[in-house]
Design a protein around this ligand. Structure first.
Ligand code: GAP
Length: 510
């Protein structure tokens, strides 16, 4: 399904709404509707169970959003958490300079894609894309151009050279997508942290930040957690919570938001063993994604060319979103940067006594960090499909179905009396609903023809529909319909719970 329809589906079926929509919305802020909140909670639960519950040496935390302002000085966010910003003087629109330049490179690639498409049509089955790309002079030339642009960009970004970014915009004659003009301001650094003021302290002293990552709450609590749980290194601390970033350009629905949720885990290890753990978590996190049945060709690793100020190795797990491969999760080897910085600024020791080595040291950290909202978007994009299926008369009809992993589905089972105006059916269905709701998130629906009710459940990803018909009244059986195959079979009412449980339990993923 294309991206526009996906967004419309999310609204129509109560997954995601634009924040403050009645006031024309607040850009890059979203609310999760009744089915959205269930899906999001299930994603969080899968993450929490697999990271915390399944690891004896990983414990949880829920730290506050507000932290002492020195935290962000120590972490480097006050000085270095910036994006390069440029304004177009005619349209008054603001852009990220690096994204404008990347867009320029993407346009060159788009020409190649067009050429490839044309050649495909011309040569038919005999067409070999790899060979075509490697031998066509125009394409080779363009590829060199792209590589040169990206190298120049990464060098400028690495050096924080704003003048060079402006030179690039001018050299490549990049125009404003809105006004079409090249009337640009200088490129300047823009700090992404939101700030606010503590009630009783005026000025800089009382300046508070909304955390731009949850990780720092873990770092400053490192010793509290280690001492209270008597964990030995290697061990991890995990947390799920809100983070805030004043993104300059926030597009692509819930992919880049100003308020979002992160699921982060910091794994504290002996200095020198960090690369071993980095490789371990890289694989472990990829397996977590694959367990959901996500097509392996839609996931890939992408090593960072420019490392953040705190990292000695970093990789993204990218997902093939409807707008291309983008970062879904980051795995970073953060060295002892954060703990050492907090130690220096707070004057408090943040060291671990290693009984085996008989030595004190500041541990190294390997971090796994995934955006809950991005995971949500990946799961919707991965599962939402339109397919032709036979209707009641056997003719082709289009159905929209969300083939979510059953453990993530917002509603596990829908209970549907065949007819709404037959009290014996609605009564029996209500009784089944009242029992099943103790175990699962269920829905009772008696409105409209049964076919339409099935389609409504397909559209929100419900794995099972239970239909109560006249035979139910005779022999205590119901039909149970599978979302994906649309096949139905009869089961005893007493067996519904086990059958649903077998399919939807989180254990299937762990
Ligand atoms: N503690 C490390 C850290 O925050 P990051 O790569 O900046 O690293 C981690 O962010 C993850 O958080 C990303 O992989 C992404 O899934 C999510 N994320 C970051 N910025 C986001 C935004 N503006 N909107 C939604 N998700 C975001």
């Amino acid at each position: 399904m294309d991206f526009k329809n996906l967004i419309a589906h999310c609204k129509e079926y109560g997954f995601v709404f634009q924040s403050s929509e009645i006031y024309d919305g607040l850009s890059a802020v979203y609310d999760y509707g009744p089915y959205g909140v269930e899906l999001k909670n299930n994603i969080k639960s899968y993450w929490w169970k697999s990271m915390v519950q399944m690891h004896e040496n990983i414990v949880g935390l829920d730290s506050a959003i507000f932290m002492h302002p020195k935290t962000w000085k120590a972490s480097g966010h006050v000085d270095a958490f910036n994006d390069p910003l440029v304004d177009n003087k005619d349209s008054k629109k603001r852009y990220r300079a690096d994204q404008l330049i990347e867009g320029y490179a993407e346009k060159i690639e788009a020409k190649t894609v067009k050429d490839v498409e044309k050649a495909k049509t011309r040569f038919g089955d005999a067409f070999d894309e790899k060979q075509f790309r490697e031998t066509n002079d125009r394409i080779i030339e363009r590829q060199k151009q792209i590589e040169a642009v990206l190298l120049r960009l990464s060098t400028a970004m690495g050096a924080g050279d704003m003048d060079e970014l402006k030179n690039m915009i001018e050299d490549y004659e990049i125009v404003c997508p809105e006004s079409g003009s090249r009337n640009w301001t200088e490129v300047r650094q823009f700090n992404l942290m939101f700030n606010t003021q503590l009630g009783n302290i005026a000025g800089e002293e009382g300046k508070l930040y909304l955390r731009p990552e949850t990780a720092q709450g873990i770092f400053v609590n490192f010793l509290n957690v280690q001492k209270s749980t008597r964990q030995k290194i290697p061990f991890g601390i995990a947390q799920i919570g809100k983070a805030f970033r004043n993104e300059i350009v926030a597009r692509q629905f819930i992919f880049r938001m100003r308020e979002f949720e992160q699921m982060e885990m910091q794994f504290f290890v002996r200095p020198g063993s960090e690369m071993e753990w980095y490789d371990y978590w890289k694989q472990s996190r990829l397996n977590w994604h694959k367990a959901l049945g996500t097509d392996a060709s839609k996931l890939r690793f992408h090593d960072h060319a420019n490392l953040a100020h705190y990292a000695n190795a970093a990789v993204d797990i990218e997902y093939d979103f409807p707008f291309g491969f983008r970062e879904l999760e980051g795995i970073h080897s953060r060295t002892d940067f954060d703990l050492s910085q907090h130690q220096a600024l707070s004057g408090k020791k943040l060291q671990y006594f290693d009984p085996e080595m008989n030595e004190n040291y500041v541990p190294y950290v390997v971090e796994t960090s995934i955006g809950c909202d991005r995971m949500f978007l990946a799961m919707i994009a991965n599962s939402l499909q339109e397919e032709n299926v036979p209707d009641a008369e056997g003719a082709d009809s289009l159905r929209t179905v969300m083939k979510l992993h059953p453990a993530l589905a917002p509603v596990k089972v829908a209970i549907l009396p065949l007819l709404k105006n037959k009290e014996e059916l609605t009564k029996a269905a209500s009784e089944i609903y009242d029992k099943l709701k103790l175990s699962f998130n269920c829905q009772y629906d008696e409105k409209d023809a049964i076919g339409r009710r099935y389609r409504r459940q397909d559209a929100i990803g419900t794995p099972y529909c239970v239909t109560v018909d006249f035979e139910t009244l005779e022999n205590d059986t119901v039909t149970i319909r599978d979302r994906d195959t649309m096949e139905q079979h009869r089961v005893k009412i007493s067996e519904i719970n086990n059958e649903v449980e077998d399919k939807v339990k989180m254990e299937n993923l762990l």
